[in-house]
Design a protein around this ligand. Sequence first.
Ligand code: FES
Length: 415
Amino acid sequence: MNDKDYEKIDITIKSNTKDIFAFTKLVPDRIKRIEKASNEPLTEDPINDLAQKLHPIRQHLKIDQIIDNTKSTKTFRLISDFERGTEQLAYFRAGQYLSLKVEINDEWITRPYSISSSPKESLEGFYDITMKKEEDDGFLTPYIWENWKVGTKVISSGPEGFMYYEPLRDKKHILGLAGGSGITPFRSIAKAIAEGEIDAKLTLMYGCSDEDDIIFFDELKQLEKENLDKIKVVIVLSCEEVTLKGCETGFLTAELIDKYADVSNSSLFICGPQIMYEFVEKELERFNLPPKQIRREAFGEIKNISAFSGFPKDKIDKNFKITVHIGGMIKEVPAKSTESVLVALERAKLAPPSKCRSGECGFCRSLLLDGDAYISPISDWRRDADKKFNYIHTCSSYPISDLELIIPRKQHRDF
Ligand code: FES
């Protein structure tokens, strides 16, 4: 796909009355077109072709460059792997992520990583994924860190996630609250604003524990300098000794947020480690915003599930058995109460479906036939009907008894 394909998509909103009135002509116009149409079968299907290009199930990529950003952060530049069948990268909306799928010791692991490059750059042929190596970051990021080289082949999903600017829904001002490596989707959003792909303003408040941990500092400041009317970057450092000029110190408190943004007239996008969400969301309660005004990036699995007040304390560190119906097989797997059902299935090498690992995408949706699971309240994005009929998302569910569940066959369509 190239720029021209996108130019063909032209949607104009005229007015409520005109748009509703336009629908009255829909059926007669369609009948006329059917009457005029040829009887020959269609050889092309442009709509489905475009849908495939925008939403591929799987993309084959390879590493073209590895860029050191800070002592603990690297950017992996990914390009299409033509040999394995991916001719073009799927276009995306700034703020979305790719779920990467990696085989380690015969186990397939997935994890979402925000795209840090801009949508325009995907049309130029690359995605950037920026990773910070953190001590408690599971084992996929450290594995990638140690093993991925230029030329390594990578499997990813299509672009996913909901933390993107949508002009029909969002305010004209985005207030971005980033912590640590959570800056990555905001680099993409800032670039997209600078490149004219997003018609909105951005105030980016970026909390870091140390000056050395600020990722993309020069680049963000340059984007701010070149787009003074659109982009404002506020660095907030929580360390005691600060030499950097022009930054704030402390944390992303309500008071500090209020100093830089008209919160009620902003759409809030949040991305960072779990501890930052917990802190920031408490601070935001003071503004009493409707939930639709706040969007969060998929943050992966909850790390300290037993600390949630609703988690039954007598079940901490208990072991259970999960009987799972998957891909035509029935398997029994051991599980710990403090690890998600998804992790238990992965440990048993069953390659269960997953993408966001945050309860959001529904790719791991499964039917719970028997037993009790604790569902993390901050990542329970199930539909009401799913709750009623006992569907769970395995990535946000924790066994607190023996369980039996079915992973629907058609959903077990891997990427
Ligand atoms: S992997 Fe997305 S909801 Fe579980």
